[in-house]
Write a protein that binds this ligand. Structure first.
Ligand code: ZN
Length: 506
């Protein structure tokens, strides 16, 4: 999406964060007996490397809970909570929370609550096995006292204790529903949001008792409270990215009310309520910061038929595939785009990956080689004339790809189709004009998916910068250097299987 928008001439800035305060970090840190911040930061570094190995990089990718970032994070969190309070969108109420016997007499009361990753339960809506505050099956968000069959994952629940937290309360009929309409939320995710509001109203938890997190104080509380990872804290992550990007530039934070930036967010199915109610609700509930203009959701991706499971070591693996010696990351990216789980769960199956990867690699390499050989056989590009019939076809395919990557109905899984059609469009032995037109068209159509080979071809053809649709036909300098090739080899199923978590049975 980022490259698609840049290709169309937009000024795009991107940011991503990891949540070092996520409760599951605490759970894992307690098991491994290490400092939660260090544990989270170790994962952060591996995630940055993992995405970078797939060519996914951001203008900012921080761990806001770590080191010097924390002050900025704390400032935006306090600014948000202050704005919500000033706008009258907070209410304070006592919720009954389970307390377990895992601690000792010396354990602070905030850490005796069996919440977050410590809590196992049955979802009150779909009756699936769930935990923490969410059901991964149906996306519902529940309070511990609403859940069924609650158990402690570190001991035994011994009592339920009243704890006062801050909750978001949005006034005005159907405000969330209207906001979701404005940001064109897709129907399957919209249903999850509507079901939540029908059951629980336009409200959501904003703080939880705790010591490890962004603290926020109020005279109403009867314990220390920290921002909740799935509402106020999640929005604070976005505000943090915006703050970081504009600091010192004289421009407003893109999330500030006065900014004219178009804000695009993306997340997984499990964050549907956090984004639709938590983040959008926090944006509607005060007058300093704006909501996202679009939020894109994904379903889950299975691995050889199994659900991904953090406990089975599925967390970080994409980079393992990208680091197979001599793999073409460009071609891998095309395959991953094609199984993007937009409308339903999809499955990454080793054999299918290998077959599709090899087919794309063979087909595209052959087409690129035929065209670069044709161009190399002539002394110059003869003024770089384009083939006008091919340009008509290219325009049509570009429009088709733009529709697949539309902000109103994003279908990354369909983005490669016009590209494959363009590859099929090349027949026989192209003359230098057809060869030039095809390579230039390929660079534009494939750039969002295959940045490495397309960037190299674009520059080889005499264009500067990255492929831009509006500069399709006019190279600024002469072609130079050796003809670029897709640098990668064919794969075997064994290459992939060696990268996957060893415990998985296909
Ligand atoms: Zn459920």
């Amino acid at each position: 999406m980022q490259k698609h928008l840049k290709r169309a001439g937009h000024h795009v800035r991107s940011g991503l964060t990891t949540d070092g305060f996520e409760n599951h970090v605490l759970v894992r840190a307690a098991i491994e007996n290490i400092d939660p911040s260090d544990l989270a930061h170790g994962f952060h570094i591996r995630i940055v490397e993992d995405l970078a190995s797939l060519g996914i990089v951001f203008d900012h990718f921080d761990d806001p809970a770590y080191g010097r970032n924390l002050q900025r994070f704390s400032n935006v969190g306090n600014a948000l909570m202050g704005a919500l309070s000033a706008a009258g969108s907070l209410h304070f109420s006592a919720a009954r929370l389970p307390v377990d016997d895992a601690g000792s007499a010396a354990t602070p009361r905030e850490e005796r609550f069996c919440i977050g990753g410590w809590l196992g339960a049955t979802c009150p809506v779909c009756l699936a096995s769930a935990g923490s505050f969410f059901c991964e099956q149906c996306g519902h968000h529940f309070e511990p006292e609403e859940a069924l069959n609650t158990v402690s994952r570190r001991g035994r629940i011994v009592e339920w204790s009243e704890n006062i937290s801050a909750f978001l309360s949005i006034s005005g009929k159907d405000r969330l529903l209207r906001a979701w309409d404005d940001i064109a939320v897709e129907s399957s995710f919209l249903e999850i949001g509507k079901r939540y509001v029908a059951r629980k109203g336009q409200q959501m938890r904003l703080t939880v008792p705790g010591l490890h997190g962004l603290a926020w104080n109020s005279r109403h509380f009867n314990s220390r409270q920290i921002l909740f990872s799935y509402s106020s804290l999640l929005y604070a992550h976005s505000l943090y990215c915006g703050h970081k990007d504009t600091e010192g530039t004289g421009k407003p934070n893109p999330f500030a009310r006065e900014s004219d930036a178009f804000l695009i967010g993306a997340t997984g199915l499990d964050n549907t309520i956090p984004m639709l109610v938590g983040v959008t609700g926090c944006a509607l509930g005060q007058n300093s910061f704006r909501p996202f203009d679009r939020i894109f959701f994904n379903h889950f991706l299975r691995l050889n038929g199994s659900k991904f499971s953090t406990s089975r070591g599925h967390v970080i693996w994409a980079g393992e595939i990208a680091r197979i010696p001599n793999i073409s990351v460009d071609v891998l990216r095309v395959y991953l785009s094609e199984i993007c789980p937009e409308e339903a769960e999809t499955d990454l199956v080793s054999k299918q990956l290998v077959d599709r990867y090899n087919a794309i690699l063979d087909k595209m390499s052959a087409a690129i080689d035929r065209c670069t050989e044709s161009i190399n056989a002539t002394s110059a590009l003869a003024g770089c004339q384009v083939d006008s019939a091919m340009m008509v076809a290219l325009d049509h395919l570009y429009e088709k790809q733009c529709a697949a990557l539309s902000l109103d109905c994003l279908r990354v899984s369909q983005a490669s189709r016009p590209l494959i059609e363009w590859v099929d469009h090349l027949d026989g032995t192209p003359d230098h004009q057809a060869a030039y037109t095809w390579l230039m068209g390929f660079s534009i159509l494939a750039w969002p998916l295959m940045p490495k080979i397309t960037g190299a071809l674009w520059n080889w053809l005499g264009h500067c910068g990255h492929p831009v649709a509006a500069r399709a036909s006019t190279p600024s300098s002469q072609r130079s250097g050796a003809a670029p090739k897709i640098d990668g080899r064919r794969l075997s199923v064994g290459d992939i299987e060696r990268c996957l978590p060893g415990k998985i049975a296909a």
